[in-house]
Design a protein. Structure first.
Length: 236
């Protein structure tokens, strides 16, 4: 057995599942072919589907135990400190999961966030603002993993509030542009780091927020950066 279960990776968070969990399977080719993989119990659909796409669905075994005695254990070490994506793990995920579908996707994506924290008080207004400029508004939480991979693998620009849905930067083509709307009460550089590793251009727009990191986004926050994202040669 090996395991991808850890404090950070219980399967319920999109970011941690891929970057703290699945990346550990980069070591799998050096383990015996009979080596099974311990995973958390009750995985959400995107996590189960990722194992299917990797061709590993028949090698996994759920475990809810905190202590196990295993006669032959192969340690799959983390490829990174949590929140600090590394090139090797990211390349492994992209090589194994990025869609090669011929389905046309939108060039510019605005990622909505529907959550009690880091939400947008004027979400409808922001949605309409992006739509009017020709951006496709998407809610990854309502999409299958296959749909998310395909959609983001076609995008040249992505904008959205800091949150797990921005993990889909993993699938973007190198050279794309990212506008991350960052609440002032919750600043985190993990997606800036992910963009750097993938080869994307990343810009943060820090927006005043309340203690729950909820924001009100004005056109003033967006105008300059959206122009930069829409133009392949512009710098903000």
């Amino acid at each position: 057995y090996t395991s991808i279960i850890s404090r950070w990776n219980m399967g319920l968070n999109y970011y941690h599942w891929f970057l703290d969990g699945l990346t550990r399977l980069i070591h799998l080719d050096s383990f015996p072919p009979c080596c099974r993989i311990l995973i958390p119990r009750g995985l959400p659909p995107y996590a189960s589907r990722s194992l299917e796409l990797l061709g590993l669905a028949d090698r996994v075994e759920e475990s809810a135990e905190e202590d196990l005695r295993i006669e032959h254990y192969w340690f799959a070490g983390p490829t990174m400190l949590t929140g600090c994506p590394d090139p090797a793990g990211v390349k492994w995920l992209r090589d194994h999961l990025v869609s090669h579908s011929e389905i046309n996707g939108a060039r510019w994506l605005y990622v909505e966030r529907n959550a009690p924290t880091r939400g947008c008080a004027n979400a409808m207004e922001v949605r309409e603002w992006f739509s009017a400029r020709g951006w496709k508004v998407v809610d990854p939480g309502t999409m299958t993993l296959d749909e998310q991979i395909t959609m983001f693998s076609k995008a040249t620009a992505v904008a959205g509030i800091h949150g797990a849905a921005m993990t889909n930067l993993l699938w973007m083509p190198p050279g794309g542009k990212v506008i991350e709307l960052m609440p002032s009460e919750f600043r985190n550089g993990c997606y800036a780091a992910l963009a750097l590793v993938v080869g994307l251009q990343h810009r943060s727009v820090v927006i005043p927020s309340n203690r729950r990191a909820n924001v009100h986004i004005s056109a003033q926050h967006l105008e300059k950066f959206s122009q930069w994202a829409e133009n392949p040669t512009d710098e903000p």
